[in-house]
Design a protein around this ligand. Structure first.
Ligand SMILES: [Zn+2]
Length: 858
């Protein structure tokens, strides 16, 4: 039993490593059950003359250790479960260690492990210490060479970072390959893959005329399904040249798709390793959302080559330096590939659903925290998504040109270094001659700021006064907050469009702006936080008439969409609290008119049909009642479908665009079709089941098929069972498609559904995609069932977590974050959630999971 909280690592404890590792030569003799790893480290003392040599190491079986060829006596080596220490070492020496590891036994998917009978690695954040003894911290950067030996027939392809060198046969049917990475890198970017793959190849010519060999390695028979990922890679390479002037720096770029993977993908230098879900796609097996995710994740990992790899983080507290910046870069890439307003809305939906929730609960932490218990738990929406929003604000304040100058200086000054947020901002201070010390509070203060807006209008003098007040709520460990520097794009709007537009910089707690309008002016609408300039929550009292006028007159697409969101949020609250029994007809009509008016931009129209998720509603009023919110949301969806049924009939009667193209234009048309299918499923109409089954059977692509299946999965009756059985028959041999089959049921069913899915022979605790398709789809997207007042939803997820945590601690901890909002729930669910967390606290959990439970209980 483990009840104590893990010991925290503190940012203030940072000190540089007292040695430099000038060269790392690794030799792997690969065998699934017993791989021998020899590491030759060329080490030079750079710090304190008395400092001992400390190396990290976990689950390693040390076979031998020598210094400059002489074996080190046993009593000179202090070996613990977390590493080894050598007290007296020379100032300049070569250390050679040999260790044995067992990749086939490694279910944590950190370090060197087997997936689908092939070798692969995952070293971020601290997996390299499970491969060999090494200073496993990002500020130790070194040059690596790798020599691998493996059975030639089973593992014909041997890959590592950098560029390939010598290769050939050795005895006993084995062969070897040498890879050399000319760029210095931290150990977390190390990678190795060995196995039998099909390879999809292409080339890219860089802006200086160099030809790069590109290759994507996938399961046998899957090569054609890597075409979209390859296309996305080439577009990413071109975009980074055109937008940031960054060119690729090796002759080869390899991607390997892996079925068992804890994350989306990993940016290892020259050898990106991907969860196969984010590589493989074709119209029959992948949805438009999958294609979009592949495009953005391929870009994200590629962009890391400069923001993360060439310039890395000094320590893990600076994680946002590489992640926030790189998310910002991939979001802008996606906006350029598709529609900028639609991309912005999708980014904000994700931010509000995940990051705002995190910021409002017991797991709230700043973008650059001061301490952490388990490093794996720092890979959060706050570090990634809020980190990206901060860069977005920086760029808006500086303007495009100065922002680019600052980035150029950053790349120029810090290439090959491991740096901090302060180093990054020093570049922007230099090019702009501005002071960013108040703005830097965005990195140290947790919590989502609230902006209250008040306006007064004097019809006599035609003066409009707008007052903004900011307040950041208290978060764990941070009871008092300082005012932030908040940029905000604003406008005054009348029937003709924008009368004025500007950027406000809110520095103090309160700011009042007044405007004198010309003779004859009517009261204008005030448009605030346009394009979601700042990641804040806006509070303003607008009359229903003004809200409806906003929907008609807003000139900013984000705010037009958000005006609809604000209206429907209020309506869902009123319905869920019983102050209203039926949706207001005028409101539903206005939303329906807005949707039909946007039909020329179907992707935008689809977003207008979307009602806020139950989880987003938790932040609006507390205590939150997920069951009542879900019922109210469905009622409003049904009313909206009632208004749109003629329109929906017309759209759904048209045949889907052919031949299939995953690009923005066709995807937009399909987005509207699937949005209407969702509304039909929620309509409560008797004929819905049969109609959905008809749409399911006629669907020419996975996007529409899955939308119909999801709709059916939420209904009762024969049509549902027919479709689910049919889908399983068609796809039982394709694990990625079967993840969707598990996911739609977990996303719509109750605790009993989950028990059945867990008992299915294809449920596999060792495969994170499969576990997430059941447990995360249920606990993070199906909130009325997960938070059921009888606690059944918690119990079934608790059982999965207890088992998953034993196999794969990072996965167990990730699932536990579903409990983060327990304190704001209605009393019955709250009591059940707390009881569940207490049981988990008393269980024997991994360090990662114990960290989440202790913080959640606070
Ligand atoms: Zn990343």
């Amino acid at each position: 039993m483990r009840t104590e909280a893990p010991v925290a690592v503190q940012l203030s404890d940072y000190s540089p490593y007292p040695f430099e590792i000038e060269q790392v030569d690794l030799r792997f003799d690969l065998h699934p059950d017993a791989t021998l790893v020899r590491a030759d480290l060329k080490i030079r003392r750079t710090g304190d003359a008395n400092a001992p040599l400390e190396l990290d190491g976990e689950a390693l079986n040390l076979k031998s250790i020598t210094i400059d060829g002489k074996s080190v006596p046993d009593d000179a080596v202090e070996l613990t479960s977390s590493g080894l220490t050598l007290a007296n070492v020379p100032d300049d020496f070569t250390l050679v260690t040999e260790v044995e590891i067992a990749p086939s036994q490694n279910t944590a998917l950190s370090g060197l492990y087997m997936s689908g009978g092939r070798f692969c690695t995952q070293c971020e954040a601290i997996g390299f210490r499970r491969i060999t003894f090494y200073p496993d911290r990002p500020d130790v950067m070194s040059r690596f060479t790798v020599r691998m030996t493996a059975d030639k027939e089973t593992y014909p392809i041997l890959l590592a970072n950098g560029t390939p060198g010598e290769a050939g046969n050795v005895d006993d049917g084995r062969h070897f390959a040498v890879w050399d990475d000319p760029h210095k890198k931290p150990a977390y970017l190390f990678a190795l893959c060995a196995g039998d793959y099909d390879v999809y190849r292409d080339q890219f010519t860089t802006m200086s005329g160099k030809t790069i060999d590109l290759a994507i390695h996938v399961d046998k028979g899957d090569a054609d399904r890597a075409a979209w990922a390859m296309d996305s890679l080439k577009r990413s390479m071109k975009w980074d040249e055109e937008t940031y002037g960054r060119e690729y720096d090796l002759g080869v770029f390899n991607i390997v798709a892996v079925r068992d993977f804890n994350f989306g993908a990993m940016e290892n230098k020259g050898l990106n390793i991907f969860n196969s879900a984010y590589v493989l796609a074709d119209e029959d097996t992948a949805t438009d959302a999958d294609f979009e995710a592949i495009e953005s994740i391929v870009a994200h990992e590629y962009f890391h080559n400069w923001t993360g790899n060439r310039i890395t983080c000094r320590d893990w507290f600076q994680l946002c330096l590489k992640e926030g910046l790189t998310v910002f870069r991939d979001q802008n890439f996606s906006a350029d590939m598709r529609s900028r307003p639609v991309q912005r809305i999708k980014d904000v939906i994700r931010l509000r659903a995940r990051q705002f929730a995190e910021d409002a609960g017991p797991l709230a932490h700043s973008v650059r925290p001061e301490a952490y218990g388990a490093i794996d738990n720092l890979y959060t929406a706050t570090v990634y998504e809020k980190g990206a929003e901060i860069i977005g604000m920086l760029r808006r304040m500086l303007g495009e040109e100065t922002y680019r100058k600052g980035m150029d200086l950053y790349f120029d000054r810090h290439d090959g270094q491991a740096v901090t947020i302060e180093d990054f901002y020093a570049c922007f201070e230099e090019v702009s001659e501005q002071d960013f010390s108040q703005f830097a509070l965005w990195y140290s203060q947790a919590g989502t700021p609230e902006i209250t807006m008040e306006e007064t209008w004097d019809p006599e003098t035609r003066e409009i006064a707008v007052t903004l007040k900011q307040k950041t709520p208290a978060t764990p460990g941070q009871p008092v907050k300082k005012p932030l520097l908040i940029p905000m794009e604003m406008a005054l709007i009348d029937d003709e469009g924008n009368m004025a537009e500007w950027i406000t910089l809110l520095e103090d707690e309160e700011l009042t702006m007044t405007f004198d309008l010309p003779e004859g002016s009517e009261r204008p609408l005030v448009s605030i936080n346009r394009d979601f300039t700042a990641p804040v929550r806006i509070k303003r009292d607008l009359s229903r008439d003004d809200q409806l006028a906003m929907i008609r007159l807003e000139t900013d697409p984000f705010n037009q969409w958000d005006s609809v969101q604000s209206l429907v949020k209020e309506e869902i609250l009123a319905l869920s609290e019983g102050s209203q029994t039926e949706p207001d007809d005028a409101l539903v009509e206005a939303v329906a008119v807005a949707i039909q008016g946007a039909v020329d931009d179907p992707a935008f129209a689809a977003l207008l049909t979307r009602l806020p998720d139950v989880g987003e509603m938790f932040l609006e009023r507390q205590p939150a009642d997920p069951v009542a919110l879900n019922t109210a949301r469905k009622k409003l969806q049904a009313a909206l479908f009632g208004k749109l049924s003629g329109f929906a009939d017309d759209i759904l009667a048209k045949s889907s665009p052919e031949p299939y193209d995953p690009g923005a234009e066709q995807a937009g048309e399909r987005a509207l079709r699937t949005a209407l299918i969702n509304l039909l499923a929620a309509s409560g109409r008797e004929e819905a089941g049969e109609r959905l089954l008809g749409l399911y059977e006629a669907a020419p692509n996975m996007t529409e098929k899955l939308a119909a299946l999801r709709g059916l999965a939420g209904l009762d009756g024969k049509a549902r069972d027919t479709a689910l059985t049919d889908f399983e028959q068609d796809w039982k041999s394709n694990p990625l498609v079967m993840d969707k089959w598990f996911g739609v049921q977990a996303g719509t069913g109750d605790a009993e559904t989950i028990s059945k899915l867990v008992a299915h022979p294809d449920f596999d605790l060792r495969n994170p995609n499969r576990v997430r398709s059941v447990a995360a789809a249920f606990a993070m997207q199906n909130l009325s069932a997960f938070h059921a007042p009888d606690g059944a939803g918690y119990k079934v997820v608790e059982d999965i977590i207890l088992k998953a945590d034993k196999v794969n601690p990072a996965l167990g901890a990730r699932l536990l974050t579903a409990f983060e909002q327990w304190r704001i729930l209605e009393p019955k669910a709250k009591a059940e959630a707390e009881a569940c967390l207490r049981r988990l606290q008393a269980a024997d959990l991994s360090k990662n999971s114990a960290d989440i439970v202790s913080r959640a209980l606070g």
